[in-house]
Design a binder for this molecule. Sequence first.
Ligand code: ATP
Ligand code: MG
Length: 351
Amino acid sequence: MALLEVSDLTVSFYTPEGVVTAVDDLSYTIERGEKFGVVGESGAGKSVTALSLLRLIESPGRIESGEILLDGEDILEMSETEVRRIRGNRIAMIFQDAQTALNPVYTIGEQIAEAIRHHLDYDDAAARTRAIELLDQVGIPDAESRYSDYPHEFSGGMQQRAVIAMALSCDPDVLIADEPTTALDVTTEAKILDLLEDLTDEFDTAVQLITHDLGVVAELCDRVMVMYAGEAVEKASVEQLYYDPKHPYTVGLMSSIPRVGDDRERLRTIPGSMPDEAEVPSGCRFHPRCPYAEDVCKRKHPPLAPPDEDADASERSARCLEYTGDLTYGLDFQVSVEGETDDPVPGGSHE
Ligand SMILES: Nc1ncnc2c1ncn2[C@@H]1O[C@H](COP(=O)(O)OP(=O)(O)OP(=O)(O)O)[C@@H](O)[C@H]1O
Ligand SMILES: [Mg+2]
């Protein structure tokens, strides 16, 4: 049994402009200790998916249907009390706006100690000791004296380390990290990613890492799901995704990664933008931006299909009519991997 099994999850927002289906019939699994990446442009439904796992979707949003099994138990069927027990204890989340996770009027140490007391039934002294240990573990120098610092006395990178310490304080089974490094400079980002990797390996914590940055995924993840307009459009291992992407949208995302030795001044981007979910295109949702689209793509909504005959659909799939035999001309993209090293991101943009 997988640790986390999401099936047919659909989440809608009832806005004055109409019903917006932010996550549409989404399914994926995460194994114990696995590092699972979720990528896609802004508005793809990544954060809404994450919030659904903790049942934190608020009005006007609603989880319409689906199952979210944690060790076989459906989170969507649990009582509010049971869900509260899961939050922080079994599924912890680093929110997209990490700075707001820290309360400016309490010291960093008090906040971590409070999380520990709340979840683990420690007394004050034990919680304090554990909080200092954790601060030390996430690389805060002189943790004992920094315990009494307020958030504004920490740099952005140190704040993010403190947030990670808080998230891992209860040894969760799954850590959801929503854009954990977006606000940081590249050097700090690389250090924080290393830290996340080391700590989650050490505690055997599964990670659902949300990002719009494929370089970040390559650093940390084993498997990846690419989302577009509320749907999964490709699922693959990190290696498959980088060396042999199967969906034109994934190929587009790849070509917007900067590469070492690349003298283009600006990044190539995929022409157009993601549709507003209130007006999703007919057929394949990506067709208005797809360089390979044919007439059939406007009419037929592609299923997630294994891209090769021998591929196991649960391991590898793409939502493109190429793989249902509907395209006349087919896809002919070539992914050129230049300046190859053993780093799956050509040139290793996060070194
Ligand atoms: N509170 C809300 N009210 C109305 N619609 C919402 C709300 N929250 C999310 N949505 C809808 O859900 C879509 C997906 O939002 P989500 O926050 O999951 O995107 P995301 O993939 O996390 O993007 P980003 O990379 O910008 O964080 C949005 O485009 C929007 O249409
Ligand atoms: Mg988001």
